[in-house]
Ligand binder design. Structure first.
Ligand code: AMP
Ligand code: MG
Length: 305
């Protein structure tokens, strides 16, 4: 085993042991992530330190252990959400993840929301196809919404239509400038139909992005993640930050506020998004559906069968 691999394996053991201890000691739940990360009036993206770890005082090992030790609760709550829908509930949860290239969106998909594949509907949004372009920008978003009982996850979203589209003038300003209000209206409808929305920006620093892109160029097993266009986007960093600031100013609503997750530390970003989901699900007060049959009578019937 190489040195790097050995270190990783040792870390894994350490994390697993600590996670077991946390579960045994009942260290969970953590809390306060939503309060610490929510975008409120007056929020300034530039003031956020992308390497900080709000609401979590521990280090990387503790953070990874906390993530592991909370997986069971997340799976349990998602199962309750699903169970509720089988009894007619219309409720669902939608996680929207936006962020610059390499900010860890894919890692969140792999490490946070893979706990319950049946109840999860994940969608990655790329540059729109010809067909998608022939419809309103919200057409493809609407189709990807979670069904009752599901957790929907968006890797990029309706917000690309006021981010990349704004930065590159892909449509005239009078078109994209109306989209903030259209998005707010759309989200109000989604919420009214029973879907809770959690919006997250994974926020990395420009320096950290350079390191991560360079890593992709230094490792043949990472070339596939690199796109020469990523460097061009990087050159527009300031424009993107301005476009994100506008998104926060215009679309962080009471019903669907944004959360900015400092993401220079991957372990923190994953933990924070998991905790935001947990806090949202706990708020929903999910109950196992009552039996719609006579349990005792069924027990008797089964025993005699
Ligand atoms: P990735 O997430 O790295 O696979 O890249 C997906 C690409 O699709 C990014 O460069 C996005 O900016 C681009 N993209 C996503 N949605 C849109 C959109 N509505 N209009 C234009 N480009 C988009
Ligand atoms: Mg990419």
């Amino acid at each position: 085993m190489g040195k790097g691999k050995k270190k990783k394996a040792d870390e894994k053991v350490e994390v697993a042991e600590l996670a077991d201890e946390m579960v045994a000691d009942g260290v969970h739940p953590l809390g306060g992530f939503s309060d610490a990360l929510r975008v409120e009036k007056g929020f300034v993206l530039e003031d956020i330190d992308a390497a900080s770890t709000p609401a979590f005082p521990g280090d990387k090992i503790a953070g990874k252990a906390a993530l592991q030790s909370a997986e069971e609760e997340l799976a349990d709550l998602l199962e309750r959400l699903w169970a509720e829908s089988t009894a007619g509930s219309k409720r669902a949860l939608l996680l929207v993840v936006q962020g610059m290239d390499t900010s860890g969106k894919g890692g969140i998909m792999r490490h946070v929301v893979s706990v319950n594949p049946e109840g999860v509907k994940a969608t990655g949004f790329k540059a729109p196809t010809k067909e998608e372009l022939s419809h309103d920008f919200l057409w493809r978003i609407e189709k990807a919404l979670p069904q009752a009982g599901q957790l929907g996850v968006f890797d990029r979203s309706q917000y690309e239509d006021v981010l990349v589209v704004r930065v590159h003038d892909l449509v005239p300003e009078e078109v994209w400038s109306k989209r903030y209000a259209q998005i707010n209206e759309f989200e109000r409808r989604v919420i009214a139909s029973g879907t809770k929305i959690v919006k997250v920006m994974t926020h990395i620093s420009k320096d950290e992005q350079k390191t991560r892109l360079m890593e992709r160029l230094e490792r043949p097993d990472k070339y596939y993640k690199f796109n020469p266009g990523d460097v061009d986007e990087r050159l527009r960093w300031r424009d993107y930050m301005e476009a994100y600031q506008a998104v926060f100013d215009k679309t962080s609503t009471v019903g669907a506020p944004w959360h900015v997750v400092p993401s220079d530390r991957k372990w923190y970003a994953r933990l924070a998004v998991q905790q935001l989901l947990l806090e949202a699900l706990r708020d929903m007060d999910l109950q196992w559906p009552k039996a719609d049959f006579d349990v005792e009578a069924e027990k008797k019937r089964l025993a005699a069968s």
